[in-house]
Design a protein around this ligand. Sequence first.
Ligand code: PLP
Length: 411
Amino acid sequence: MALKNLGDLPVLPLPESFALTAAYNEDSFPNKVNLGQGVYRDNNCQPWVLPSVRKAEETLHNQQVNHEYLPIAGDSKFLTKARDLLFSPEIGSSENITSLQTIAGTGANHLAAIFCARNLHPKNVFISDPTWDNHHLIWEVAAPNVTRKLYPYYEPSTRGLNFEGMLAELENSAEENDVVILHACAHNPTGIDPTKEQWKKIAEVVGRKKLFVVFDCAYQGFASGDTDADAWAIRYFYSTLFAESSSLTPAGMFVCQSLSKNFGLYGERIGALHLVTPSSNSPEGAKAHLVQFVRAEISCPSLFGARIVQTVLDDAELRSKWQEDVRIMALRIKGVRTLLKLELEKLGTPGDWSHIEQQIGMFSFTGLSSAQVQELKEKHHIYMLSNGRMSLSGLNESNVAYVAQAIRDVL
Ligand SMILES: Cc1ncc(COP(=O)(O)O)c(C=O)c1O
């Protein structure tokens, strides 16, 4: 039905993490703490420009680069480096991997959803319960005819993975060609990843049922501090399911790669989408369609982030400096996990807080209720998502005792 009056459109709420940051910025309380947005902060709560990235900026400045348009699919040198970072150089050069530069991880997820909706026509997309909230919005906007279904992921009673529930849902409800979104590592928001043995079983089911896999990889390096270790699941799926001899090849596989977090390039919006096609399928038609969607949406991607990433990854010395930067971020977050757990225990806070230390990546799924989260904000000026997700990089040696005391208070 045509809209008669623009004023009839309902006002929609801001996504929670953005609304929280806006509220935090307005808060004049001196000891306020932002544990909402998934961005890295240093031990002084400040944004951290990675030293390797700073060096690459200087190099680019000295090169007096131009500002021409990129090809629609993006910068081929950047794409080779980004692809090899995910898949390894051995796998990366395979002919059945097609890569396009995207507007960060969000753009990659969006492009994957458009492609699936328009070309694959799945009945359902299976999304982990819970997940990064934007997965829902992206698929709602880009693929309104695809039914969004949740697969069990987090089990509150164990504060762990509901692996049996996850597998049973895919086994019983997913049909050939349906899409399943998997977080490659450092699951957002739970901080819980499948073990290698569990990944192998997931791969078996998605291959046998001929599902279409969408790996979302936004935190490569943040789970373990090692970018190769964090790409294990993606490489395993590729090597076992897409080998020519495999009888378990899925309908296809997308990997949505964000370089926002592991390069600290949040606002530069740099990422890539990689499509893996079964070896019997030519990738040319799929690539042409992806290129057409990019052309319609952004014409061609942006330069700066691609140049930075390519400059860092192309230079052996800078690359190893960057790997050290990633380790520093991962280890600092690991360190504040332990600090928070110890502070909570020191205060005799009721309950078992070991999950904070055991969870992986940027977030802790604390188990705090939305009412407790609300009280933390109103009484203590501590901002975190209402589902109890805490972005740990907002913690540091100076504020961790304050946060622990506040949690003790709201329980
Ligand atoms: C799971 C997940 N996927 C994708 C993204 C997208 O990141 P960006 O678009 O900033 O690269 C995020 C960011 O928070 C995320 O947590």
